[in-house]
Every structure is written in C-alpha cells, then in structure tokens.
Design a protein around this ligand. Structure first.
Ligand code: CMP
Length: 134
C-alpha cells in the first residue's frame, strides 16, 4: 500500500450535466483528499499534448475534439493506491460496458463522452498534471 496522487478530469459531458459535485463526493467519501481543483478549457494543442499517448489511434481526433468541446474540472487526488483504486471506481472505458456502482456505469453510456478520465500510471499523472496545472 502506497500513498499516491492521481489526476481526474470530469469531462465536458459530465460538467454540462452538473455531475461534478456527485462525482467528487464519491472520491471524498472513499477517503481521498482533494489536493488541487480547477476548471480548465482545453485548447487543441493542450489536448493533443494531454492525449499524446493515443496519437496514432483511429479515435485520436474525436478524443481531442470532445475534450475541447466544453469546460472540464481537473482534480488531483491523494490517498492509498490512488491510481489503481480511482481506475476501479471509474469503471471500464466504454461506459455501456461499465458495471453499475462505478462512475461510468452509473452516469454514462458513451465512449468519448465517458464522464471522467483518470491517470493510468505515475508517469501519466506527472505528464497530465503538468499540462493542466502548470
Ligand atoms: P480516457 O480515460 O480519457 O482515455 C482515453 C480515451 O480514449 C478514453 O477515455 C475514451 O474516451 C477514448 N476512447 C477509447 N477508445 C475509444 C474509441 N474506440 N473511440 C473513441 N474514443 C475512445
């Protein structure tokens, strides 16, 4: 067990639907600490940098375009095993496959519009938090 930090983005679909409070409440109730919190409006350039790991994927353009389509809420969470535990809490990428009880499973049906993003590794956290918080 290791205290870690991870980054989440509440995506434009969830922000527009005013789900921010409900989503953050789940992480607080689980025991995570909110270390940093801000709204953020991605430019295309910043979105391409944030998602550069996916730059050769067929859905890259759609991904960048969606994250730029509205305001997001970015948050750094801190707690035991934050990276893997938060990924379990958000559920599978395709919201329609995500289990009930997970955030995507409870609130979404989409793929690009899948409510929330969370870092998948410490390296991703460093890179993503640098894009959004520096
Ligand atoms: P996210 O957690 O933000 O990280 C990468 C994103 O790529 C993922 O959420 C999805 O929104 C998106 N994604 C993954 N697979 C596909 C796909 N087949 N079509 C469109 N977007 C996808």
């Amino acid at each position: 067990m290791e205290v870690e930090q991870t980054l989440i983005l509440i995506k434009p679909d969830a922000f527009k639907r005013k789900l921010t409070g409900k989503i953050l409440q789940r992480f607080e109730e689980k025991g995570f600490n909110i270390m940093q919190l801000r709204t953020y409006d991605f430019t295309t350039e910043k979105a391409q940098e944030f998602y550069s790991i996916h730059k050769n994927k067929p859905f890259f353009h759609e991904l960048v375009s969606f994250i730029c389509s509205g305001t997001v809420v970015a948050c750094i969470l801190d707690g035991n095993n934050a990276i893997s535990t938060v990924r379990i809490m958000i559920g599978l990428t395709k919201s329609f496959d995500a289990s009930p009880g997970t955030i995507r499973g409870d609130f979404g049906l989409g793929i690009s519009d899948n409510i929330i993003h969370a870092s998948d590794s410490h390296e991703s956290f460093i890179k993503e938090s640098t894009v959004v918080f520096s």
